[in-house]
Design a protein around this ligand. Structure first.
Ligand SMILES: [Ca+2]
Ligand SMILES: [Ca+2]
Ligand SMILES: [Ca+2]
Length: 494
């Protein structure tokens, strides 16, 4: 990746060479990957030539040439151009979606600036009122729909439409992954229905009562999986128009009829469900599931099978334990139930929390922060089929779990979890038990001056490998790291 960070070895987030966060293959193409860097650029990467072309630049801060003057990118691991996703019908409509983070206190305009992006038509663009999140507000997460009227070239020409703006309490855990069910076809109820993993914006671990319950509160958007229909003309008979008039809400969302609740909520009680992926079982569609990997506080990193309306417990629970107000975990109560909370009111109704299907601790054998994970459905590496591969961001560990074990662990029993198996990585004739040293090597080759790696973690120490998995349209796997700004393809297994 082109270097956008500072190699001088003094930075944390800003010391990462290129903060690659999403990698998507262009639908209908098989030749171009779209890759986003949180520092602002969205590139087209040619799979053959490995050449990057700058497609859109989100960074218009402090007289930079990009589109958004209020972009927050320089601190906070999740900030900047946070996510990018294609519309399932992109080949016909040229649409895609982005999430980026803005500072509402920045005196600069929050309208897009096309001075250096002449193909972007900005007339008629209107921002939306930020959806209120209780507690202090530091940032806003902005979800935008883009329409490129000519997808055969490497430039943007078309329009943008703001769909949603959500207040964020702190600089951590903003809105994350945006995804569509890849098994849905035109005419299906799920066709072009968007799921959004929205982090708790740091609210759940706060000692401030005004925001600590935000992940549990059904009247807030944070700490949730949201489900919306971006296109106002889609599924009109089975949905209603959102409060801000920019998107639709499916009528089968679980809380649409509950007074005071956000109708967008699909599941709740998460800390940071920053990565969503679809586990597709080609032999049995009844096994298809949405999986959320969610970053824990001091104890458990988790993967969760997302169920409609379910409460995943945070910040009253973490992993399969209770979390106290002092942020210490302990045994679950004998009868595990949580009250339904809307507003600051705890209702009389109670629900049983839904537990993760796998978890690992903040310990040398585990890590600090779960990354992305995918059930492998590619063809190149038969040994990985039916396995859920996932990473720890900071330590660079890679593991797999058998997907059937994850389905079996989704049984309501907090004690049953899918087994994790360590994956070793062969690279340049050597075998490594994490990606850390591989990333370190590339970081130094590319001029990085930090003695190990920039960033830090409780387990990873004075550096972060910052490694995640991605897939292309054929389901083949890539490993990419913000720290060295390198995208690697996984080419075999034995
Ligand atoms: Ca174009
Ligand atoms: Ca279980
Ligand atoms: Ca370091």
């Amino acid at each position: 990746m082109p270097i956008t960070g500072s190699p001088d070895g003094t930075g944390q987030t800003d010391g990462m060479l290129s903060r690659v966060n999403t990698l998507r293959e262009e639908p209908g193409g098989a030749r171009r990957l779209f890759v986003s860097d949180m520092n602002g650029p969205l590139y087209i990467l040619d799979k053959e030539t490995k050449k990057f072309t700058l497609y859109l630049d989100f960074n218009g801060r402090d007289a930079r040439p990009g589109i958004f003057h209020r972009l927050v990118y320089e601190a906070g691991y999740g900030n900047g151009l946070a996510h990018f996703q294609f519309d399932p019908d992109y080949a016909r409509n040229g649409r895609f979606y982005t999430v980026h983070i803005e500072n509402p206190a920045d005196p600069a305009s929050n309208l897009p600036d096309n001075a250096h992006t002449p193909g972007l038509k900005v007339s008629g663009y209107a921002t939306t009122a930020a959806i209120v999140t209780p507690g202090p507000v530091l940032n806003e997460a902005v979800l935008i729909e883009w329409t490129d009227t000519n997808t055969s070239n490497a430039t943007f020409e078309g329009t943008a439409r703001e769909l949603m703006r959500v207040q964020m309490n702190t600089r951590i855990h903003p809105m994350g992954e945006v995804t569509f069910n890849p098994a849905a076809r035109r005419g299906d109820p799920e066709w072009r229905v968007m799921y959004i993993g929205c982090g708790d914006s740091g609210s759940g671990e706060s000692s401030q009562a005004v925001m600590r319950s935000n992940p549990q509160r059904l009247d807030t958007m944070v700490g949730k999986i949201l489900r919306i229909i971006p296109d106002l003309s889609e599924h009109t008979a089975t949905s209603t128009i959102s409060e801000n008039g920019r998107y639709r809400i499916p009528s089968d969302n679980p809380f649409v009829a509950r007074a005071g609740a956000r109708k967008e909520i699909w599941a709740y009680g998460f800390r940071n469900p920053h990565r969503l992926s679809w586990a597709i079982d080609p032999d049995n569609p009844a096994n298809n599931r949405l999986i959320a990997t969610s970053i824990g506080l001091h104890t458990w990193e988790t993967a969760n099978i997302v169920r409609k309306g379910a409460n995943y417990g945070y910040s009253e629970r973490e992993g399969n334990e209770r979390l106290t107000r002092e942020n210490v975990t302990g045994a679950l109560p004998e009868i595990d139930k949580l009250p339904v909370q809307i507003g600051s009111t705890v209702t009389d109704e109670v629900v049983v929390p839904t537990y993760p299907v796998l978890e690992y601790p903040h310990a040398p054998s585990g890590g600090d922060a779960i990354g992305s994970g995918f059930v492998y459905n590619g063809k190149a590496i038969p040994a990985l089929r039916g396995k859920f591969l996932f990473t720890d961001i900071s330590t660079g560990h890679v593991w797999y779990a058998d997907y059937k074990d994850m389905l079996a662990a989704d049984d309501g029993n907090p004690k049953t979890m899918a087994a994790m198996h360590e994956v070793w990585i062969r690279w340049n004739m050597n075998v490594y038990d994490t990606m850390f040293q591989i990333i370190e090597s590339a970081y130094h080759v590319r001029g990085g001056k930090d003695p190990d790696l920039p960033g830090r973690g409780t387990v990873s120490g004075s550096g972060r490998a910052d490694v995640r998995l991605g897939t292309d349209a054929a389901g083949e796997l890539y490993l990419y790291s913000k720290t060295d700004g390198v995208i690697r393809q996984i080419v075999g297994a034995r």
